[in-house]
Design a protein around this ligand. Sequence first.
Ligand SMILES: Nc1ncnc2c1ncn2[C@@H]1O[C@H](COP(=O)(O)OP(=O)(O)OP(=O)(O)O)[C@@H](O)[C@H]1O
Ligand SMILES: [Mg+2]
Length: 298
Amino acid sequence: MARILDPQGTLMDTLVQSGRIELRRARLQFEQADGTPFTAIDGVDLTIEPGEFVSVIGPSGCGKSTVLNVLAGFSKLDEGTATLDGAAIEKPGPERGVVFQQYSLFPWMTVRRNVEFGLRMKRMPVSKRETIARGLLGIAGLLAFENHYPDQLSGGMKQRVGIVRALAASPRVLLMDEPFGALDAQTRAVMQEVLTNMWQRLRTSVLFITHDIDEAVFLSDRIYVMTARPGRIKCVVPVNLPRPRTPEITASPEYVALVQRLRSLIRAESLQAMGGELAAGLAGIGMDVGPAGVEELF
Ligand SMILES: Nc1ncnc2c1ncn2[C@@H]1O[C@H](COP(=O)(O)OP(=O)(O)OP(=O)(O)O)[C@@H](O)[C@H]1O
Ligand SMILES: [Mg+2]
């Protein structure tokens, strides 16, 4: 069961099962400066069930944003398929909301006008879009700021408005690329709680890209771990922690064990990705370091 905004702008339960993402044998190449192709992702299979919260983690440069850009419709695959509810993803669309690390609010519009923007484009009547915007701002704890302008808000508040704006269009899936990457640790922790609460109420399918293992475990139903160069799926880890997720959960043995397991998986990948460069760099300063030596450094 999913929870959506009905035409009157009130939250209601629905039996409609939508928001299923499928990526099959996905391969995408970029052209390098010297004209040779570079394979960013290869053979990537990824599924998000309707209403599921799925994270993707992996070392820097492994192709996480590439996966998200394909699902958002910003990039095209060279091989394989990307579908939403069985329909091929070919270009950006309102059924897929996107939130990036950089805030993308219109500085000349108030918070509420920013949230209403997509609904105005859909020619939704004023009273209806106001109800939806105010309802979602309320859930995000931002109603008191509806008439503020973005430059009057903190970074965390701006990002909350960005998420609310993406949700206002009732997307079937929310695609988030390191949305809290620019925030300090305290704000980030609060934002994770806000997001998990909002998701619990709305049950939109979510693809969440992060390099923060704790964040992925705290938020997700399942976590895809990617390998470095070319990006492939190394493994999929289910997160069977109870919901609602609260900060106390991070002290549970299950949480701690999961974080540790993921940390060692990522560490192995990061070492592999950086190993060659590290060895070359150290050899350059007169140190004789083979793979075992690099391992010693960590
Ligand atoms: N437009 C582009 N042209 C050429 N190469 C690109 C382009 N975009 C990405 N790449 C390369 O593709 C690989 C995957 O990039 P991507 O941005 O998906 O990685 P990422 O996992 O999101 O990294 P990060 O954690 O640093 O954000 C990288 O090696 C990157 O240099
Ligand atoms: Mg990225």
